[in-house]
Design a protein around this ligand. Structure first.
Ligand code: NAD
Length: 369
């Protein structure tokens, strides 16, 4: 059967798009690697497309939905985070939007853990030493030492999908884990991790008895050697516990001077000006960042200050950037597959056309009585 749906993708998401071509869709892909200007997206939507595939680089709000009034049926976001998409506007226009949760959970969590290790063990300055031929001798503590990860305490801020996956990885490194989440506390998972930690000790696999528990935000941030952030970006008015600038001068000063901050969530969760000061003035020992208040990171960002380069790792929003995670056409493996399936579910009225039953539709509340 040939479908007549028209779809515009603001970005090439790889071979998974062949599924749409095979199903007879008319597909147009923005040809540049950069994001299209918003006006360009509006023109495409106005031309009567049925489906729009977006990335976190596109700002999707009432202007877009107005342009697609009567024709646009779905926005399929190629990401789990959707802070670039105005949920209230989508609901007002009754446009379902989908995301690609779950398939990027392990890749993002492992990247957060690797960033943490690279930062704490000073792998970046150590490799520079070798490459720049400044490695003159072996010495017990010169020119610098790193800090161990094994056996330390980590705060997990946000115990959703990625936070829980990060906990699993930290447990493997005999870490103690302080969890904070004001909205979702998965006690069954935390209890299971404690059982595993206890068993590892009982069987002589780990030397110390490690522990995990939920605590307040202050306790988590104050009592940890590492703080890893796994929250969505929620601005004032979007949540009773917004995450915008959750890490600011006040909360950064709560951290131990020897502690490290890791952020793979969204840039605006951290006040970057305050963080740059914290690193320069050594309120904390270091930070590893994958996401920024403005992306790509501006040339004049205070985070680029060479004076803090040894303790500030800067990644290019790369945590989910692994081959299978990004491109696999299987909706149970890849973001691309899940994005395409979410779009197809809506356009082809799978699940009896009931948006509330479609697994990848996010704003189900717009379609309940
Ligand atoms: P999720 O919705 O499963 O988990 C988020 C958790 O944060 C929820 O449990 C929620 O209750 C909690 N939360 C909300 N407000 C909070 C607050 N004020 N303090 C502490 N916790 C709070 O989402 P997820 O799949 O785990 O993804 C988390 C975020 O990670 C995404 O929203 C996205 O922005 C980001 N992300 C980034 C990358 C990357 O490439 N760097 C990749 C994937 C996801």
């Amino acid at each position: 059967m040939k479908n007549k749906f028209r779809v515009f993708a603001t970005c090439d998401i790889g071979p998974a798009l062949d599924l749409l071509r095979e199903r007879g869709y008319e597909l147009e892909i923005y040809p540049q690697p950069q994001a299209p200007p918003k006006g360009f997206i509006i023109e495409k939507v106005k031309s009567g497309i049925d489906g729009l595939i977006t990335t976190l680089r596109d700002s999707i709000d009432a202007e877009i939905f107005e342009a697609g009034k009567g024709t646009l049926k779905v926005v399929a976001q190629y990401a789990v985070g959707f802070d670039n998409l105005n949920r209230a506007d989508a609901n007002r226009y009754k446009i379902p939007f989908t995301n690609t949760a779950d398939v990027l959970t392990e890749a993002t969590a492992e990247f957060a853990f690797f960033m943490l290790g690279v930062l704490a063990r000073k792998m970046w300055p150590a490799e520079h030493l070798t490459r720049e031929n400044r490695w003159g001798f072996w010495h017990p503590y010169l020119p610098f030492l790193g800090d161990e990860v094994t056996g330390k305490t980590i705060a997990i801020i946000g115990t959703g999908r990625i936070g829980l996956a990060m906990i699993k990885k930290c447990a493997g490194f005999d870490m103690n884990i302080l969890c904070y989440d004001p909205a979702f506390q998965n006690h069954a998972y935390i209890n299971a991790i404690q059982e595993i930690l206890d068993l590892r000790h009982a069987r002589g696999i780990s030397r110390e008895i490690n522990w995990i528990r939920y605590v307040t935000f202050e306790e988590a941030v104050r009592d940890s050697d590492f703080v890893s952030v796994h929250v969505p970006l929620l601005r004032e008015g979007e949540s009773a516990t917004p995450t915008y600038h959750l890490f600011n001068e006040k909360t950064l000063r709560m951290m131990k001077p020897a502690a490290f901050l890791v952020n793979t969530s969204r840039g605006p969760v951290i006040d970057e000006a305050a963080l740059a000061t914290a690193l320069r003035e050594k309120w904390i020992a270091g930070a590893a960042l994958d996401v920024y208040e403005r992306e790509p990171l501006p040339a004049d960002s205070p985070l680029r200050d060479p004076a803090i380069a040894d303790r500030c790792r800067l990644m290019p929003h790369f945590a989910s950037a692994a081959r299978i995670t990004r491109l696999d056409p299987d909706p149970n493996k890849g973001m691309a597959g899940r994005c395409v399936q979410g779009l197809v579910d809506v356009l082809e009225k799978n699940y009896g056309g009931d948006f509330t039953k479609m697994p990848y539709v996010v704003n189900k509340e717009a379609f309940t009585e």
